[in-house]
Design a protein around this ligand. Structure first.
Ligand code: NA7
Length: 538
């Protein structure tokens, strides 16, 4: 069966939902295709115990609608995954989005038909959907990384992945559980699983830096005050570098006395969350400034953990603070003081294989009933490359990105006309508060589509030159920071064989927004725009 739609959007997270709403408002017919059974994107699939967003709930929500904001109250400073899922359902209901969404449908191919000037989009339901514009909103953290451990199939117990958690509750009561991985997912689920399991063994390869969340309930008075100041807070978020209401300190960590610095670190550590990274303006750019922050954080971690071996393993970080996304935890380190919880340093004693009764690491067998893989994602490019996308002349995305992502403004790719990517590679994405940059991008895409419609443009495509300039600029910005000094998923370093390049634009929301606005304001400089008559004559 073949259906024609004007715009096809893939993915029902923040980006896809707002894109659908915005295009509808502009009178563009749009259809959204979603592999999951409901809205939420990454928040639909992630259901592990302890799941929270590491950005504060008041920041991590849509800003564009006063009405949406006024009708929703957050129960906690860092609300739990199920609450965030309810928020998505609330948004979908309020904006009546579901009638244009096909759930439980995965887009697995898309080919640009040059003669018809249409994208032919194939789904796993056997449909082909034609679209004038193909908009990928597939999310940066949605393609699961499942390492293939030797002997995996011989393990007799359950193997669960944090990002593909079953819908029904998983009961760990009385069971011996292993968690592999100590990124955000591992760090969030560890204290909760420890509260249920008979024994918990956490396998840590690279220690994370985790900052305390200082999570607590949002009181009705606080929520009312947040509603009242929402317009001002929204303006602040839109104009800030990171999209959050945090107060960055403009001083250098190296221009204050040791006592002043200690007091500032202490104040921000106690307040909780990412505010610690903004203690001084140069923590993420100066190795020296970073080193003093690392020293403080390691002291804090050691003070929380009783066992010296465990404390040493948890503070073995050899990369700068913030060069890998820090985690925000609620009691992670303290969990290792419980008698039934232990840490295995998988750097010293690497995981060799699974066996029928558990995990073999460093020559020791750890018998367990359940193994939780908290092993992360093939981030940012993974979900785009999973779809077989063929552009002009049959060029595939896998060929175009074989040395890492190449985009113009993170939004468009040379060789792939009439295709746009939201919240993707070489945009600020999750380096900032993602919903804010998503809103900025969605409005930009909406105006681009308005522009091509009103000017009779049949085909728009990023030029090779504009793309090469953007790729170079993204790389140059990364070199000013400490990010390349860590092997992180943001550098593609967690997936064997993936090109090691910075996947994000690191200069912040404000600078990014200016680049996008300059492009639009200069008649979409960097795009080749062609009318139907020009294409026919070509
Ligand atoms: P992350 O941050 O990629 O963490 C994955 C963890 O799994 C990390 O500690 C990895 O160690 C570990 N890992 C991965 N493969 C292996 C193998 N083969 N053996 C042992 N350990 C392994 O994913 P998360 O889901 O926690 O969080 C991703 C983002 O989602 C997070 O930053 C937030 O933005 C939300 P490694 O570091 O590779 O040595």
């Amino acid at each position: 069966m073949t259906r024609h739609n004007v715009a096809v959007i893939v993915g029902a997270g923040f980006a896809g939902l707002y894109m659908l709403h915005k295009l509808r408002e502009s009178g563009v017919r749009a259809r959204l295709i979603e592999a999951g059974g409901d809205v939420g994107g990454a928040w639909y699939w992630n259901r592990y115990p302890g799941l929270r967003c590491d950005v504060e709930s008041l920041d991590y929500q849509f800003q564009f609608s006063d009405d949406l904001e006024a009708g929703w109250n957050w129960p906690e400073r860092y609300s739990e995954g199920p609450v965030i899922r309810k928020y998505f359902a609330y948004v979908a209901d309020r904006l009546d989005l579901r009638r244009d969404i096909s759930f439980n449908t995965r887009v697995d191919s898309a080919a640009f038909d040059e003669a018809a000037n249409l994208w032919r989009i194939g789904t796993d339901q056997g449909e082909t959907i034609d679209a004038s514009w193909f908009i990928l909103a597939v999310g940066p953290l949605t393609t699961v990384n499942t390492p293939q451990f030797e002997g995996m199939e011989s393990f007799r117990g359950r193997i669960l992945h944090t990002a593909r958690w079953p819908e029904e509750e998983v009961d760990f009561a009385g069971r011996r559980v292993a968690v592999i991985g100590t990124g955000s997912s591992g760090i969030q689920c560890t204290p909760v699983i420890a509260g249920q399991a008979a024994e918990l063994t956490v396998f840590q390869r690279t220690p994370a830096f985790s900052l305390p969340s200082a999570n607590r309930a949002v009181t009705p008075e606080e929520q009312a005050a947040a509603h009242a100041r929402f317009p001002a807070d929204r303006d602040y978020r839109y104009a800030s570098a990171g999209g959050m209401v945090l107060s960055p300190n403009a001083q250098s960590a190296l221009e204050v006395t040791d006592e002043e610095r200690e007091a500032e670190f202490e104040r921000r550590w106690t307040s909780g969350g990412f505010g610690f990274l903004l203690s001084y303006r140069d923590l993420l750019t100066s190795a020296e400034a970073n080193a003093v922050a690392v020293n403080f954080v390691k002291r804090k971690i050691r003070a929380k953990v009783n066992d010296p071996y465990t404390a040493a393993a948890l503070t073995r970080q050899d990369y700068p603070l913030g060069a890998k996304r820090p985690c925000i935890d609620s009691g992670f380190y303290e969990t290792f003081n419980l008698p039934h919880v232990k840490l295995v340093d998988a750097m010293e004693a690497p995981i060799e294989r699974f066996c029928s009764e558990g995990i073999v690491a460093g020559g020791t067998t750890y018998p367990v009933d359940d193994i939780v893989l908290a092993t992360g994602f093939d981030a940012v490019t993974g979900a785009v490359l999973k779809i077989r996308i063929a552009g002009r002349g049959g060029l595939t995305m896998n060929e175009a990105w074989k040395e890492g992502p190449h985009t113009y403004l993170g939004l468009a790719v040379a060789g792939f006309p009439n295709m746009l990517i939201l919240d993707g590679a070489q945009s600020p994405s999750v380096i900032v508060n993602a919903p804010i940059v998503i809103e900025q991008q969605v409005r930009w895409v909406d105006r681009l589509i308005e522009h091509v419609r009103t000017n009779g443009i049949a085909r728009f495509e990023a030029t090779e030159q504009a793309q090469a300039d953007w790729v170079r600029h993204v790389g140059e910005i990364a070199q000013y920071t400490l990010y390349p000094k860590a092997d992180s998923w943001a550098m593609g370093a967690n997936i064997p064989g993936k090109p090691r390049v910075m996947l994000f634009y690191l200069a912040g929301l404000e600078a990014y927004g200016k680049h996008c606005a300059d492009c639009a304001g200069n008649d979409y400089h960097g795009f080749k725009m062609e009318r139907a008559a020009e294409l026919a004559g070509a």
